[in-house]
Design a protein around this ligand. Structure first.
Ligand code: PGA
Length: 252
């Protein structure tokens, strides 16, 4: 059996955080000691306005930074948008693409997400590609079909196993306190791994970190993170408080 990739615990701050919240990032960094670093990689994806300052503040700690989105084009007349090169220039190593809030609120399709992920790869960023079903899709028994289709549509052809991260986030579990059962999470992650095998080949697929996201908190992290084919977490609300985020980090 292939060795599981090193887990990644990523905090997605969404549209939360001013310069004063760099202190929260530093508090997180203080908790990421040698023991934590040996077990997992830790990442914070703050708003773009504090990305550079946070990256500078975190140099030499075990905490990396990431963007929350990037544009597919390298530059141009796209008011308000941020290119992958800009995210990299701010010091980030990762960038989230295709978060369900982008897919829903900004109408992003899997083709858009794929183009953004390609741009990220071109800027030497690791894209964290988000996929996940809505409640209606789950209730209609379409979870696996939806997740596989989003994965096929969003993954760049040039992806390598170590060069991308997949985040499975059931839309109905985001920010709601609800999570699927452990068995449901394990089933979806196994299907994602199998689909990655068809897309990338088995050896590369084994290297992909497949994160679970959606109401991860200190109290449920240990159970979720121990599941087969779960290689870390994408954490929203609970990443805004250092103690909660560290509680999740320590659960691995
Ligand atoms: P949540 O968000 O942890 O607040 O559910 C997760 C996410 O949207 O990435």
């Amino acid at each position: 059996m292939a060795i599981a990739p090193k887990p990644l615990v990523a905090g997605n701050w969404k549209m939360n955080g001013l310069r004063g919240s760099l202190e929260t990032a530093m508090a997180i960094a203080r908790g990421v000691d040698a023991g934590v670093r040996a077990r997992s990689d830790v990442l914070i994806c703050p708003p773009a306005t504090v990305l550079h300052a946070m990256t500078s503040a975190l140099i030499g700690t075990g905490v990396a930074t990431g963007g929350q989105d990037c544009h597919a084009s390298p530059s141009g007349a796209f008011t308000g948008d941020i290119s992958a090169a800009m995210v990299a220039d701010a010091g980030a190593a990762f960038v989230i693409v295709g978060h369900s809030e982008r897919r829903t609120l900004h109408g992003e399709t899997s083709a858009d997400v794929k183009a953004k992920a390609e741009a990220a790869l071109g800027a030497f960023l690791v894209p964290i590609i988000c996929i996940g079903e809505t409640l209606a899709e789950r209730e209609a028994g379409r979870t696996i079909a939806v997740v596989k289709k989003q994965l096929r549509g969003s993954l760049p052809e040039t992806a390598t196993g170590a060069g991308v991260v997949i985040a499975y986030e059931p839309v109905w579990a985001i920010g709601t306190g609800k999570t699927p059962t452990a068995a449901d999470v394990a089933e979806v992650h196994a299907e994602i791994r199998a689909e990655l095998g068809r897309l990338l080949g088995k050896a590369e697929a084994a290297k992909v970190r497949v994160l679970y996201g959606g109401s991860v908190k200190p109290s449920n992290a240990a159970e979720l993170m121990a599941l087969p084919n779960v290689n870390g977490a994408l954490v929203g609300g609970a990443s805004l408080k250092a103690e909660d985020f560290l509680g999740i980090v320590r659960a691995i």
